[in-house]
Design a protein around this ligand. Structure first.
Ligand SMILES: Cc1cc2nc3c(=O)[nH]c(=O)nc-3n(C[C@H](O)[C@H](O)[C@H](O)COP(=O)(O)O)c2cc1C
Length: 325
């Protein structure tokens, strides 16, 4: 297992071994900047930056805003520099923007590239062309091997209980099988929401934790107030796994499904062919009020600034280390 010193240099000076994961619609420059300035990697899906026909390219504006804000932070706070940021590319045939977005990200020297839903050589090459590293998210060992064979530098193991398109496997099983053959950067996702959870991911063999749902309940997140409140109020029993909404199995808040007029305990399944990222979404408009979240949300007690989430994780991480040592 690599020690911290062997990790790619982008991960070496983090306050905490955590990546704030990309969240469709929810992640925006404000959240990314707050995460990075608090000392963890912040990220967003490129498809979140959308413009109307004829408007300047939003992705370019977002990358400028993030780059300038992090530069300004670093000048004002040389002792606590910002963490690097990541951009997520949905590598699915229905993502018609992919080629354009790769070019823009290479032009802006994006330091960390996260790919999901498809491993492609040219995406990894685009990341390497500007000195970036490419991490690919996977839900099993077969996809992990495929991702590395196509040139990804590291893996994000998405285990059971994760928000979004979670995998079905236990994190223990997933990490142990990957660590059998892979000693590169390995991130673990799935219901990690406390500092103790971050340390547990490392104890298991992962290098960093990949955390999404707790950042939905932040001031900076682009989410409806009722969505943020649900994350703060509910827990693992209030999450249901269903393929109905995007064609792929994902985790959702039961109360949001009930509010949309459906019975969350009697959902039909859907066909994977219904996935479509052409307009940035894979979810029909009628279900835009059906909200995704992972099983870890019981750790989130209130809505507040993203920095407060990172502070809590950092305190808990240190306390967990002390407890064990
Ligand atoms: C609302 C929501 C939207 C998501 N959107 C994306 C996305 O656009 N791209 C992606 O790679 N992962 C997406 N994910 C998955 C997360 O990046 C990450 O794998 C997951 O949140 C980790 O589990 P956790 O929420 O339990 O921490 C999404 C997750 C949620 C909850």
């Amino acid at each position: 297992m690599p020690s911290n010193q062997e990790l790619p240099s982008v991960f070496r000076d983090l306050r905490l071994p955590v990546v704030g994961s990309p969240l469709f619609i929810v992640s925006n420059p404000k959240l990314v900047i707050a995460q990075c300035c608090a000392g963890i990697v912040g990220s967003f899906p490129a498809l979140n930056a959308r413009e109307k026909d004829g408007d300047p390219i939003a992705l370019e504006a977002w990358l400028r805003e993030i780059t300038e804000a992090l530069d300004a932070w670093n000048q004002a706070n040389p002792d606590t520099p910002a963490a690097p940021y990541a951009v997520n590319q949905i590598v699915h045939r229905s993502n018609t923007r992919l080629e354009r977005d790769l070019e823009i990200c290479a032009k802006w020297n994006v330091p960390i590239w996260i790919t999901s839903l498809g491993a492609r050589v040219e995406v990894n090459e685009a990341a390497h062309s500007c000195g970036g590293i490419a991490l690919h998210d996977i839900i099993n060992n077969t996809f992990a091997k495929k991702a590395i064979s196509k040139g990804a530098d590291g893996l994000i193991a998405v285990a059971a209980g994760a928000g979004g398109h979670a995998g079905p496997q236990s994190p223990f099983a997933l990490v142990q099988e990957i660590r059998d053959w892979f000693d590169g950067p390995l991130l673990l996702a799935g219901a990690i929401a406390t500092g103790g959870g971050v340390l547990a991911a490392q104890a298991m063999g992962a290098d960093l934790a990949y955390i999404g749902s707790p950042f939905i309940a932040t001031d900076e997140a682009n989410a409806a107030p009722a969505y943020k409140q649900m994350i703060a109020e509910y827990g693992a029993e209030d999450i249901v796994t269903s393929s109905l909404f995007t064609g792929v199995s994902g985790n959702y808040l039961k109360p949001s499904i009930a509010a949309a007029g459906m019975d969350p305990d009697a959902l039909e399944s859907a066909d994977v062919k219904s996935m479509n990222f052409g307009d940035g979404s894979s979810k029909p408009k009628a279900w835009s009020q059906v909200w995704g979240a992972g099983q870890g949300i019981g750790a989130v007690k209130s809505v507040g600034p993203a920095r407060a989430v990172v502070d809590r994780l950092a305190q808990e991480y240190l306390a967990a280390r002390e407890r064990l040592l």
